[in-house]
Write a protein that binds this ligand. Structure first.
Ligand SMILES: Nc1ncnc2c1ncn2[C@@H]1O[C@H](COP(=O)(O)OP(=O)(O)OP(=O)(O)O)[C@@H](O)[C@H]1O
Length: 644
């Protein structure tokens, strides 16, 4: 008989900070899963079969017959190999699944009450696998902003500060409380991986949820940091009577010992469910002892996995898995374990409803989000300087290239060249947006999923943040170019030029925001943005007048901001200009007959002679607003990325 390692959590010392006296939600929550089945919908196959093009295939089962009770006051681990369904189980319990993609059958009860996925999502804490904190805020600031967004309006600033300080102490973040989180752009140093994870846990604990879920919290952490993190979670669960569930791939022995309950999954089926201390005993009793000195978690994960190296191994391992599942379903240990749970704390729906995070009003949220984003942007000094200076540097380059544009024949080409090149500002704005926006976006997806605020709050606050950058960029570019090139020295012409430049930057940002809202992957967003960029310049009308374009492109051309911007600032500069043709520039060689003698002739060539500048400006403003609206709709309704 192989000796069974003795497991237990006696070594877990309880920290003094972990008391319940300041907690708001002390209702313990027991989670019951009854016959939980999750199928992956194959909507494409469904469509093909409806069209009689393909046979209808059965949906892929991701989870089958999951039955368990998860008690408060203990740390529960969902264990399993890659693709075993751990994340799906955690997401399903926490209401974070898309009904379009998944079909969930069975019952998920919180204290004997079956809440809607939306209610669960807004009441429980969920720490996802990846952290997306803003890199230039300190740990304390991150918690303060998070608390301001998560806590109800009637909580005073002092109370918020007290709660933040308590979380800092509880999660042992005191040493790094004033350290920037780090990890972004210029901020090379910052918090360690473990501190960042604890910070993410802290953000979730601010609202004091009775249930906390964590998806692979130890991934990417070294063994001692992973151990410390699980130890902290164990303390929180025990001392504060919270229901804590985490998924974990392959825990080390010392980490495994700290789990009170283990749910072992393989191919979406339960192979074991019970105390970690009894796992070896259970498997030994059904003929799978754990070799001495081997980590039981590793050993049983191997035993439960299907080996695809060759057909024979696959068949053998599949049969073994079938046997393990059958054994599990029949095992007394599980039935006893499930039946012996203390269900006296099962209350009613109030337990969960009382923990709902209140969605902050638009007016409260916008200033908090704006301030947070400003702090994050302005602290990254190189990025902030680059953001403005790239526009001004581009202006300096243009000024050097087109310095003092003359009023002779080459001056015409220089002027149209400068006006055409100024359209490139749209690219600069777009590319800088693609580089900077994803950090904010990822955090927004998380916080929106947590039900903290609406898309419109984020959308407006981001506009407030980018506005000053665009205004400074516009003024810088215009100041550098306008006077050095000798453009028309009239106030109304100057301000019209500035306004068009501003709208170009604004539209460029819109396209950047759109591609980043449509695609999660920055590479894909940039590739897609390139397609827009080429269209914007080619179809602006400098090379080929709109009325000479093929019909399809002509209509398309009407929705491009570059077309309208080019019209407005070209008419603004060229109308009324007089051009000379000294010497050989003239047709007669004496400077009397000029090929082009005024701006109207240039505008005629470009097809813009009849353009009403105010009409085009109004269309440009309309298109800029239209682009922003598309961004808003994409951000609001494209939720595919939001569970990342
Ligand atoms: N949205 C989805 N579309 C397609 N397949 C999915 C989807 N979600 C889950 N699956 C499939 O369901 C199975 C379980 O996935 P899940 O992410 O839950 O596994 P996991 O145990 O968390 O794996 P890992 O440890 O690698 O994260 C996998 O085979 C996965 O490919």
């Amino acid at each position: 008989m192989v000796p069974i390692p003795a497991f237990g959590s006696s070594e877990i010392e309880i920290n003094d900070y972990f008391d319940n006296k300041n907690r708001v939600n002390t209702t313990p929550i027991t989670i019951c899963l009854n016959n939980l089945n999750v199928e992956l919908k194959d909507n494409f196959n469904k469509l093909l079969s409806r069209l009689n093009v393909a046979e209808r295939k059965p949906n892929k089962m991701i989870l089958r017959n999951v039955n368990t009770i998860i008690k408060p006051g203990q740390l529960t681990a969902i264990l399993g190999g890659s693709g075993s369904g751990k994340t799906t189980l955690l997401n399903t319990i926490s209401g974070r699944y898309s009904k379009k993609e998944m079909k969930v059958k069975g019952d998920i009860q919180f204290n004997n009450f079956t809440p809607s996925p939306d209610l669960i999502r807004r009441a429980v804490g969920y720490v996802m696998q990846k952290d997306y904190p803003l890199p230039n805020l300190t740990v304390r600031e991150t918690l303060m902003f998070s608390a301001s967004l998560r806590l109800p309006d009637n909580i005073s600033k002092q109370e918020i500060e007290e709660r933040v300080e308590r979380i800092i102490l509880e999660l042992n973040l005191k040493d790094c409380a004033n350290t920037r989180v780090g990890g972004g752009g210029a901020t090379r140093t910052g918090c360690s991986g473990g501190e960042k994870r604890r910070l993410s846990v802290g953000c979730q604990l601010l609202t004091d949820p009775s249930c906390l879920f964590l998806d692979e919290p130890t991934t990417g952490l070294d063994s001692s940091i992973a151990f410390e993190l699980i130890k902290t979670l164990s303390k929180i669960a025990h001392k504060q009577n919270r229901t804590i569930i985490c998924t974990i791939h392959q825990p080390q022995v010392n980490i495994f010992k700290m789990f009170d309950q283990v749910i072992l999954l393989s191919k979406g089926r339960m192979v074991y469910n019970g105390p970690s201390t009894e796992m070896v005993q259970y498997f030994t009793s059904i003929g799978y002892p754990c070799p001495q000195l081997q980590n039981p978690a590793d050993h049983y994960l191997d035993i439960c996995s299907v080996d695809y190296r060759n057909e024979q191994l696959e068949e053998q391992s599949t049969q073994r898995l079938e046997k393990l599942v059958i054994n599990y379903e029949a095992a007394v240990i599980d039935k006893e374990y499930v039946n012996n749970q203390n269900l006296s704390d099962l209350l009613n729906e109030y337990a969960l409803k009382s923990q709902l995070r209140s969605k902050k009003s638009f007016y409260k949220c916008v200033p908090i989000l704006t301030l947070r984003t400003y702090k994050n942007h302005l602290r990254d000094v190189p990025a902030a300087i680059t953001r403005v200076s790239q526009i001004v540097s581009f202006g300096i380059m243009m000024a050097l290239c087109f310095l003092r544009i003359g009023h002779d024949q080459p001056g015409i080409q220089n002027m149209t060249g400068f006006l055409y090149q100024s359209l490139s500002l749209i690219f600069i704005a777009l590319l800088s947006c693609v580089a900077l926006f994803p950090t904010e976006r990822n955090l927004f997806y998380r916080e929106r999923n947590d039900g903290l605020y609406s898309t419109s709050s984020f959308f407006i606050s981001y506009m407030f943040v980018e506005l000053p950058f665009n205004v400074i960029g516009t003024l810088g570019y215009s100041a550098v170019c306008y006077f050095s090139m000798g453009l028309k020295m009239e106030a109304d012409k100057y301000f019209m030029f500035c306004f068009v430049i501003f709208l170009l930057l604004f539209s460029g940002e819109s396209v950047g925001l759109f591609v980043c809202s449509l695609f999660y992957d920055v590479g894909l967003a940039t590739t897609f943005a390139n397609v827009f960029l080429s269209m914007f310049t080619i179809l602006a009308g400098f090379f080929r007048p709109t009325d000479q374009m093929p019909a399809v492109l002509r209509y398309f051309n009407y929705i491009l901001p570059t077309k309208w911007a080019a019209e407005v600032y070209s008419v603004n500069q060229l109308k009324g200009e007089v051009y000379t043709c000294p010497g050989k520039q003239s047709l007669d060689g004496e400077g009397k007959i000029c090929p082009v003698s005024n701006g109207e002739q240039v505008l005629t060539r470009l097809g813009w002679i009849d353009v009403n500048i105010y009409h085009s400006l109004a269309v440009l403003i309309g298109i800029s607003i239209f682009y922003r609206l598309i961004v808003f709709i994409t951000l609001k309704y494209n939720r595919r990325n939001t569970v990342l």
